[in-house]
Design a protein around this ligand. Structure first.
Ligand SMILES: NC(=O)c1ccc[n+]([C@@H]2O[C@H](COP(=O)([O-])OP(=O)(O)OC[C@H]3O[C@@H](n4cnc5c(N)ncnc54)[C@H](O)[C@@H]3O)[C@@H](O)[C@H]2O)c1
Ligand SMILES: O=C(O)C(=O)C[C@]1(C(=O)O)C=C[C@@H](O)C=C1
Length: 325
């Protein structure tokens, strides 16, 4: 077994991200202790049943005791409260990190409770699915995905490098970013798109009342993609929007302006405007694929046996596994 960056990792919250991290740590072959806890007894019971951690504790205080790395994997709005609860129980010299989708508000909520001699290094893996809970994780979630770290002033470089090694070890590519910049970038690439998907599915649902089940029966691929995104956890996304207000509102303002311009082009029959706009957006998609960032794109050059019917495993996404239990 290779030497892990941390000997004892504790997870607070045992949903999609924490459970994927647990599977990924095991897959990395690290000899390290994993403890974890979750707010609900049902989640803790499932985590015990599937052997997610070495030990699942009933309280957060117990879970973090002796841990070198504590990862907060709860909704963004719950981070501050959890930090306050665990603060007196943290080991001196420990690192606390998080995986929240928003960074500025989490830093503001967590740092007032940070004891002296404990480091808080915020992080955000840009990887996920629409599923949640302890059964939804899989070991390869972070493979070749970015993990953005937004270290705060005064954090020892060696501790940032150690967390970097941790994320790299479980498959991610790490980049550093200022928290405000992170929140603006994510408003464009993740938060506004989710809101638009939620809205589109809501509009279709309103329409369904008029056209009976046609929207469902004839839903095309584009709309199905929206429904996948719009099936994401309501608590998580409520907290994202409430905690990244300024950046999301800024991007939605720009979105509305562009939408109005396209609406006018349709009304006035301005085909050049539509054609030029769609050409520009197609180039963006091609740029993403050329940069190797779209892991969902079909790989026509792939060779080897068809493993699509192989036995389900914890390193495959749940969508491809049996949902039973
Ligand atoms: N799902 C994604 O696609 C994704 C991707 C990257 C980052 N994130 C971020 O990761 C974090 C966790 O998301 P997830 O998808 O793993 O969520 P999840 O819903 O699968 O799991 C959340 C866990 O937090 C616990 N929890 C909820 N409220 C709590 C509270 N008030 N106190 C203590 N525990 C609480 C739940 O019991 C559950 O164990 C969120 O901050 C989210 O923004 C999510
Ligand atoms: O693939 C998905 O289902 C996701 O929505 C993942 C996604 C994203 O927007 O890319 C969602 C929220 C995160 O904070 C990071 C990743």
């Amino acid at each position: 077994m290779s030497r892990p960056p941390y000997d004892h990792v504790a997870f607070i919250g045992l949903g999609l991200i924490a459970s994927s991290m647990c599977h990924a740590i095991r897959a990395a072959g690290w000899d390290c202790t994993i403890t974890g806890t979750a707010r609900s007894a049902e989640t803790r019971d499932i985590a015990r049943e599937i052997g997610l951690c070495d030990r699942v504790t009933d309280s957060a205080a117990e879970a973090v005791e002796g841990a070198d790395l504590v990862v907060l994997c709860v909704p963004v709005g719950a981070m501050g409260g959890v930090m306050e609860e665990i603060a007196p129980h943290l080991k001196p010299g420990a690192t606390v990190s998080d995986v929240g989708s928003v960074k500025g508000a989490v830093i503001e909520a967590v740092t007032p409770h940070l004891p002296d001699g404990v480091w808080f290094i915020p992080a955000h893996p840009l990887a996920g699915t629409e599923h949640s809970g302890p059964r939804s994780g899989f070991a390869t979630l972070f493979q070749n995905r970015w993990c953005l770290m937004t270290p705060i002033e005064g954090t020892p470089e060696a501790e940032v490098a150690r967390l970097d090694r941790f994320w790299t070890g479980i498959g991610a590519n790490v980049d550093m970013m200022d928290a405000d910049h992170h929140d603006l970038v994510l408003a464009v690439t993740s938060h506004a798109p989710h809101l638009i998907a939620y809205t589109m599915v809501g509009v279709a649902d309103d329409l369904r009342r008029v056209t009976a089940s046609e929207v469902i029966n004839y839903s095309a691929a584009g709309f199905r993609d929206f429904t996948r995104i719009a099936a994401s956890d309501p608590t998580m996304w409520r907290d994202v929007f409430l905690n990244n207000k300024a950046a999301t509102l800024e991007i939605l303002g720009r979105f509305t302006e562009e939408l109005f311009a396209l609406q006018r082009a349709i009304r006035t029959g301005d085909g050049d405007h539509l054609f030029d706009y769609f050409t520009r957006t197609r180039d963006i998609r091609r740029g993403i694929i050329d940069a190797g960032q779209d892991t969902d794109a079909p790989d026509f050059g792939r060779v080897g046996p068809d493993t699509s019917k192989a036995a389900p495993a914890a390193d495959t996404p749940p969508a491809k596994r049996s949902q039973g239990g």
